[in-house]
Design a protein around this ligand. Structure first.
Ligand code: NAP
Length: 523
């Protein structure tokens, strides 16, 4: 593939007005050809106008047509799997096989959203028929369906360059809802972003859709992201990244004259609670499994299990030794970007300075931006005294916490900030304690896992990738799973309408056979 390095705005390839950049291969510290163009507020304005122009026709596409558009993107991604994985690997240091799996997962997600759209259930079509005889006042016919919010700005994440980036779940769910997308590509993988964008643009063309349905912009600093959040034609924003970045964008959006929703996914340590009977029965297996998952993606995953809490007693030493063995066997590996690697090294130093004991270290660094795996241990009382020990350390590090008793486990659980997930390892003899811990966890997390690990995340109807702040900025929604579409929808009620003027899903004939709630009953 010959890259043009252009921005893609409303079907046109555009040379940005803010200079150029090159991708960096973090494994060699060498820049990779070619140059990629950078844009700013002018390019955002053009993309937002194109998206706004596209909105009405795209939002009105039949469910069948929108569904096959999403399936075309899935086919397109699979068709460039090898090329996309190779380029992405150069830009991120992630292994090709892992990236190929990520591409297949993303393609599957586009197909899943295609199937969801075809069903039409996301419309939540609801009909309260007229009650002309009702006393003391007749009821008019009321019908409700959900429609798309409008053009959406999506910030691609650095750590999953496909599944949380240009052709990721945010894009799939926004397009499924009927929202045109302006994608702010992450500068850590510009080549991958161009390849993914081309797949989506080709699908827009093949499906005969308005060219403003998808644009991709890229910038050299905060200006472009700020312009996206500020633009009056943008109606929602999604973001995956740091707490500082997410909160800056969230607060900016609330200061607009017309505030808009900003769905940020920021930080989570996904605590793992090992209860006594499980610890005694399978401490070594739990320790090994935990350490294996904490090292996936060189620890650069929002669902990395980062803290394990267990009560001193039978099985504790086996668990600890298994964690140490797994971490020591891990070679240092290339991290996504120099900035992420530097932040990781500083975070490790900071943690060591708080009195946490380094109990295992992986193999030495050989490449420029490699991160060495580190396992720290603290006592429960230390964690209670220094709550910052439970903050995310993005990279291959984790914390083992030795507790005196279950009361301390409960106390620490209550002190934790909002999480994407929490895990309990339990045996039947632990059920009474687990039932005590459960309400504490429900208040702090969006997903509770039993006898497995938080990573990987399933993409299904019931899956939730969300949680109380600071895991996300809005705990009512998920960014992964089929209900991710709800972030981009809003309800509209049609009162007293003639059948001919009603949206298709609310007409008497219901031609697309959309499931509906009629007078409070599912039909
Ligand atoms: P980031 O710095 O938060 O940046 C994410 C995206 O948002 C980038 O496109 C960035 O643009 C943009 N951005 C950030 N702050 C902005 C602001 N104030 N105004 C406008 N745009 C802004 O995240 P990152 O680059 O992926 O990684 C940095 C750190 O974030 C990591 O070390 C890690 O701690 C955390 N992180 C966490 C997760 C997680 O899943 N928990 C995932 C990824 C990153 P520019 O690149 O142009 O600045």
């Amino acid at each position: 593939m010959d890259f043009t390095g252009n921005l893609f705005i409303g079907g046109d390839e555009v040379r940005g007005t803010a200079g150029t950049m090159k991708a960096l291969n973090p494994a060699t510290n060498a820049h990779i050809e070619p140059s990629f163009s950078l844009g700013g507020a002018a390019e955002v304005d053009r993309a937002a106008r194109c998206a706004d122009e596209a909105f009405d026709t795209y939002n009105a596409t039949t469910l069948e047509r929108r569904s096959s558009f999403l399936a075309r993107i899935a086919d397109g991604l699979e068709a460039i799997k090898e090329e996309l994985a190779q380029r992405t690997s150069l830009e991120t240091g992630l292994p090709i096989a892992q990236l190929e799996a990520e591409i297949i997962k993303s393609a599957t997600v586009f197909r899943q959203f295609g199937a969801l759209v075809r069903q039409g259930r996301f419309r939540q079509a609801t009909i309260d028929p007229a009650l002309p005889e009702r006393q003391p006042r007749a009821r008019m016919d009321h019908r409700m369906q959900k429609i798309a919010l409008g053009p959406v700005a999506i910030f691609g994440a650095s750590n999953f360059p496909i599944a949380y980036s240009v052709a990721g779940g945010d894009t799939a769910s926004a397009l499924a809802a009927g929202c045109p997308v302006i994608l702010k590509a992450h500068n850590a993988h510009p080549g991958a972003s161009e390849l993914e964008s081309r797949v989506i643009l080709q699908a827009v063309k093949d499906a005969g859709l308005h060219s403003g349905v998808f644009s991709m912009v890229r910038g050299g600093g905060n200006e472009i992201g700020e312009a996206l959040v500020d633009h009056p034609l943008i109606k929602a924003v999604t973001f995956t990244g740091s707490e500082a970045g997410g909160m800056a964008l969230f607060q900016r959006a609330q200061q607009r004259s017309d505030p808009i929703p900003v769905f940020t996914e920021m930080t989570s340590v996904n605590p793992t609670f090992v209860l006594p009977a499980a610890l005694a029965a399978r401490g070594a297996g739990i320790g090994d499994g935990f350490a294996e998952r904490m090292l996936v993606n060189v620890g650069q995953a929002c669902l990395k299990p980062a803290i394990l809490l267990a009560i001193a007693g039978a099985g504790f030493d086996e668990l600890r030794n298994a964690m140490i063995a797994r971490v020591q066997a891990m070679h240092a590996r290339t991290m996504l970007t120099p900035a992420i690697n530097v932040a990781y090294r500083k975070g490790v130093e900071r943690r060591a300075g708080t009195g946490a004991k380094r109990i295992a270290t992986g193999g030495d660094e050989r490449g420029p931006w490699e991160g060495e795996a580190v396992l720290f241990q603290v006592e429960g009382a230390q964690l209670l005294d220094v709550p910052s020990l439970s903050e995310e350390l993005f990279g291959p590090a984790a914390l083992l916490v030795r507790l005196t008793d279950f009361g301390q486990m409960e106390e620490i659980a209550k002190q934790l900030r909002g999480q994407l997930s929490a895990t309990m390892h339990i045996e039947p003899a632990d059920y009474a304690l687990a039932a005590r811990l459960l309400p504490v966890l429900e208040r702090r997390t969006g997903r509770i896992v039993v006898n497995a690990f938080s990573h990987p995340q399933e993409v299904s109807y019931a899956s939730i990738h969300g949680g109380p702040f600071p895991a996300t900025s809005d705990s009512r929604f998920t960014s992964v799973g089929m209900s991710a579409i709800e972030r981009f929808l809003r309800p509209v009620c049609y009162q007293g309408f003639p059948d001919e003027l009603l949206p298709e899903a609310l007409r008497a004939a219901n031609p697309a056979h959309v499931p509906r709630l009629i007078d409070g009953e599912v039909r």
